[in-house]
Design a protein around this ligand. Structure first.
Ligand SMILES: Cc1cc2nc3c(=O)[nH]c(=O)nc-3n(C[C@H](O)[C@H](O)[C@H](O)COP(=O)(O)OP(=O)(O)OC[C@H]3O[C@@H](n4cnc5c(N)ncnc54)[C@H](O)[C@@H]3O)c2cc1C
Length: 417
């Protein structure tokens, strides 16, 4: 049998499935992706509404991600970079803190910001240096603790933890107690120190779109939901049975594979709401944080502070709520608008769209950076990919897809020498 005759199916056209297809193609195979929805991207999607680019959930690409550097062409994504810092709304004031070594324009505001002590600011710089020297392997093999206890152990004051670390990392981990593993904290902190946070000019969905464009020998079947997967066979939701030599599951697998049924992943959810405003309260390309403990809003950002492909003429404001306390729909929109007024002085904004994303990031107890190809193998013919195998990030989604593809390749190795 020739390489291209193998029926290798990938379930899911998210970033992980697209990378699995890329690696299989690079090795001469012609995979088939089965995707439940009408387009690729999974959790990385952008809608065009009223002339604005609305990412389905506020998210960023960290340019230092090793896997992203390997698989993405940053130039043609026309990445728009954030400044390394944050604008913090506290007690009716707005203070900017950031990494002055990376962007000199943040030096004075950081030194004089009323956020944390001088000792805290020096510790932040020291942490940058020490994590630059620590390899990713070392980070992920170190003893894990919660991010909160890690920061306390490092001697950071409760002010800087409450006013900066908690809101900043709650927006990344999508949980606001900093219970996420210190491994993830160190990894993300290292990535922030070694590169930028960025969004493609056309919005985050340009990432999966680029991956799809790079595929030459892969067929993608959209609107094709898989109901279950067994050895050498896939059952579609419409009742069709498909023969499969190998199947890579690039999504949460517990509902699809019988003996994983009791291993469902828990998820962190979030809400992202978009508003149109006349002007911006944050002039620089910075995320805005709300450290107030009783606020629903975690962070705000003006996507129009970056260059975008299209523009609705005014400013676009995104608001992320990490814990909505059970408040939904119109009530959530009203509460968010009240808080924007109270904490940020944003008095007039027109509501555009609300995304509630129940399955945003997997809540995993054991975080890993990568997985050896052999460990992606569930059975002789079924392999597991997706960020759920490692940690909730684009980098992890890519590495898991790569590894599952290598798992299949290793299985076939002897046949094509
Ligand atoms: C709000 C939010 C913010 C985030 N912020 C960041 C960030 O700032 N930086 C970062 O690196 N990461 C961030 N992430 C995480 C990142 O988006 C994910 O880790 C990554 O997109 C996961 O990709 P994946 O391919 O593993 O899974 P998914 O994107 O979930 O892809 C799975 C695909 O499988 C399909 N599928 C599911 N079930 C079936 C079925 N039965 N049959 C057929 N197809 C099926 C789905 O439709 C989907 O297309 C964020 C995520 C969210 C939601």
């Amino acid at each position: 049998m020739e390489k291209q005759d193998y029926k290798i199916h990938i379930v899911g056209a998210g970033v992980s499935g697209l990378i699995a297809a890329t690696v299989l193609e690079q090795n001469g195979f012609s995979p088939i992706i089965l995707e439940a929805t009408e387009r690729a991207g999974g959790r990385v999607k952008t809608d065009n509404i009223n002339g604005y680019q609305l990412d389905q959930g506020f998210q960023v690409l960290l340019t230092a991600y090793p896997a992203a550097q390997k698989y993405l062409d940053y130039d043609s994504l026309e990445l728009q970079h954030f400044l390394p810092g944050a604008s913090i709304f506290k007690n009716g004031k707005q203070e900017v803190i950031g990494d002055p070594l990376r962007d000199a324009s943040l030096l004075f505001s950081t030194l004089f910001a009323n956020i944390g002590s001088v000792a805290d600011k020096l510790k932040i710089l020291k942490l940058n240096t020490s994590l630059k020297k620590k390899s990713i392997d070392e980070i992920f093999s170190d003893e894990a603790q919660t991010t909160f206890s890690y920061l306390t152990d490092l001697g950071f004051s409760s002010e800087i933890i409450d006013d900066f670390f908690t809101p900043f990392f709650s927006g990344i981990f999508l949980e606001n107690k900093l219970e996420t593993s210190s491994r993830m904290f160190e990894f993300v902190y290292k990535m922030f120190g070694e590169g930028d946070a960025a969004v493609p000019k056309g919005g985050m969905e340009e990432i999966p779109k680029q991956l799809v464009r790079q595929l030459q020998n892969t067929s993608i079947n959209y609107n094709t939901a898989v109901a279950s997967i067994s050895e050498k066979e896939i059952l579609l939701a419409n009742g069709t049975k498909i023969e499969s030599d190998f199947t890579i599951v690039a999504t949460e697998p517990s509902q699809l594979i019988r003996n994983l049924k009791n291993q469902a992943t828990e998820w962190h959810s979030c809400d992202t709401l978009y508003f149109e405003t006349e002007n911006r309260k944050i002039n620089k390309k910075l995320i805005g944080l709300l450290p107030e403990t009783d606020s629903l809003i975690n962070n705000i950002f003006y996507p129009t502070s970056l260059e975008t492909m299209v523009s609705g003429g005014k400013e676009l404001l995104s608001v992320t709520v990490v814990n909505n306390n059970g408040i939904t729909g119109k009530e959530l929109v009203n509460r968010v608008q009240e808080e924007l007024r109270e904490y940020c002085g944003i008095t007039s904004c027109t509501f555009l769209k609300h995304y509630h994303i129940p399955m945003s990031l997997p809540n995993l107890s054991q975080l890993q950076y990568e997985i050896p190809p052999s460990e992606t193998r569930l059975t002789e013919t079924i392999y597991l990919a997706g960020d759920v195998q490692l940690n909730g990030s684009l980098n992890a989604a890519m590495l898991a897809g790569e590894s599952a593809a290598h798992g299949v390749l290793e299985n076939l190795e002897g046949l094509f020498k």
